[in-house]
Ligand binder design. Structure first.
Ligand code: ASP
Ligand code: MG
Length: 458
């Protein structure tokens, strides 16, 4: 098929990001290509690795992988990629490119087996997106779109904190405007999410799930008009649909509410994604590449309706720490001391309530169990200052919406229906967008289900 070279203005560009399941196989990629083709403002495409590939690469990057396992992993990855390229009418060039990448990957993996470094890990982790972006550019060509591969490491400049590199926004903006933007008038550029390069040119990664964040940063850097995040669900839901089948997709939501949801555990977007979009005021669309016509969620600064209740988020495995000191009575400086200990151990407090002699707090831990974060050392240090009690097995529920503080009856609408559960540590968030509390882990699903029925379906 001939490729249609259409000129568009760089004034109205959509950055489209496709997640791992959206580029999992050839059929999935074709659906994405169709999305790009149907809307000619889609000029910059950011892809994740095909589903499963990054997990294989993570294993490959670890210490102690035998040469047999190494070869097995590389074969598994090769199988995923070649299963896609075998659908192309002309395969030779792309297969050569994939083979060359596999050889280079094997080199890094062998080096890693000899001497494990985090720098080498990032080289290894970056391959998933390198494969998928090359392949997707060719899928675009197959459907008649002038798609071209672009190496994100040319523009996404970072520090050298391998595995969790921080992006230099000034360099990114300058590079993207100089190297990327001019290409977009005639080409649809396909680049990698998740990866960047440090000042020496070594490959870096932005942290798992970082492709959303890459796409948002690129959208900001080129001052795009829109950012579309294509995933495998039709937008953001009122709550986790695995908890209740009453959950439904939200049409429109403000940046403030969506940021709150991302922080409180809605896993659909990488939590940092909205920051660049908010800075540059770029509306974000979240939809499913499997059902592009089924709608999705639009996230933007102003929305038409601002209901009191928008969604319910649930975060599991919370740890509650209560510190108690009679000294707190009429004393000042106690909290400062407690926070100094926490800051030293890089623990960030999530919810906090205080009474005359005690302070209760939970810890912000989007990446897993707080149990691991709250080490014996931290507890011992706090014990120097006061009595400490630590409780695990709790879940944090956040009711997210608008003017939650200023609306009459919020307390009874939320708590009346769940008053047979042990609800603890009720906190009105500082942002006016949420109200949070803790429940025992075992009750969490039931509480969410019942609240959802009360707040959304009646
Ligand atoms: N491929 C990377 C990961 O699986 C980045 C991403 O998909 O966002 O974490
Ligand atoms: Mg992802």
């Amino acid at each position: 098929m001939s490729v249609n070279v259409e000129q568009v203005s760089t004034k109205n560009i959509t950055v489209a990001k496709f997640g791992g399941t959206s580029v999992a196989d050839y059929q999935a990629m074709l659906r994405c290509a169709d999305i790009i083709k149907k809307n000619t403002t889609n000029r910059l495409v950011v892809v994740s690795a095909s589903a499963g590939v990054t997990n294989h690469l993570v294993r490959l990057s670890q210490a102690g992988v035998s040469s047999t396992e190494r070869e097995q992993i590389i074969t598994n990855i090769a199988d995923i990629q070649f299963a896609i390229t075998k659908n192309f009418t002309s395969q030779e060039n792309i297969n050569n490119e994939i083979s060359a990448l596999l050889t280079s990957l094997r080199g890094f993996a062998e080096q890693q087996a000899k001497q494990h470094t985090t720098k080498n890990s990032d080289e290894i982790l970056s391959f998933g997106e390198q494969f998928s972006s090359r392949i997707f550019a060719q899928v675009l060509q197959t459907v008649g779109v002038n798609g071209h591969y672009f190496d994100a490491r040319q523009v996404m400049k970072t520090d050298n904190l391998y595995g969790k590199a921080q992006v230099d926004l000034t360099q990114l903006a300058a590079n993207a405007k100089a190297l990327l933007l001019p290409l977009l008038t005639e080409q649809v550029i396909v680049t990698q999410g998740f990866i960047g390069s440090d000042q020496q040119g070594n490959t870096t990664t932005l942290g798992r799930g970082g492709s959303d964040y890459s796409a948002a940063l690129l959208a900001e850097a080129i001052e795009a008009s829109n950012l579309s995040i294509w995933t495998d669900v039709v937008g953001i839901f009122t709550t986790d649909p695995r908890i209740t089948d009453q959950a439904r997709s939200i049409n429109e939501i403000s940046f403030g509410e969506a940021a709150e949801m991302a922080t409180f555990g809605a896993k659909i977007l990488h939590p940092a994604t909205l920051i660049p979009a908010m800075r540059q005021d770029i509306p974000v669309f979240v939809g499913s590449s499997k059902e592009p016509d089924a709608g999705g969620t639009r996230i933007q600064r102003e929305v038409e309706s601002n209901p009191t209740y928008r969604s319910i988020a649930l975060r599991r495995e919370q740890t509650l720490v209560t510190v108690k000191s009679p000294q707190m009575l009429h004393a000042s400086g106690f909290l400062a001391k407690v926070f100094t200990v926490l800051a030293k151990h890089q623990l960030s407090v999530d919810l906090i309530t205080t009474s005359e002699i005690s302070v209760a707090m939970t810890f912000d831990n989007p990446h897993g169990s707080t149990q691991a974060l709250l080490t014996k050392a931290v507890v011992e240090e706090l014990e120097q200052l006061c009595e400490v009690s630590v409780e695990h097995g709790l879940s944090l529920i956040a009711v997210i919406g608008n003017k939650i503080h200023g609306t009459k009856g919020v307390g009874s609408s939320i708590f009346d229906k769940v008053n047979d559960f042990n609800i603890r540590m009720i906190c009105h968030g500082a942002s006016n967008h949420n109200l949070c509390f803790l429940v025992p882990e075992a009750d969490a699903n039931q509480v969410v289900e019942r609240l959802h029925a009360t707040l959304f379906t009646s």
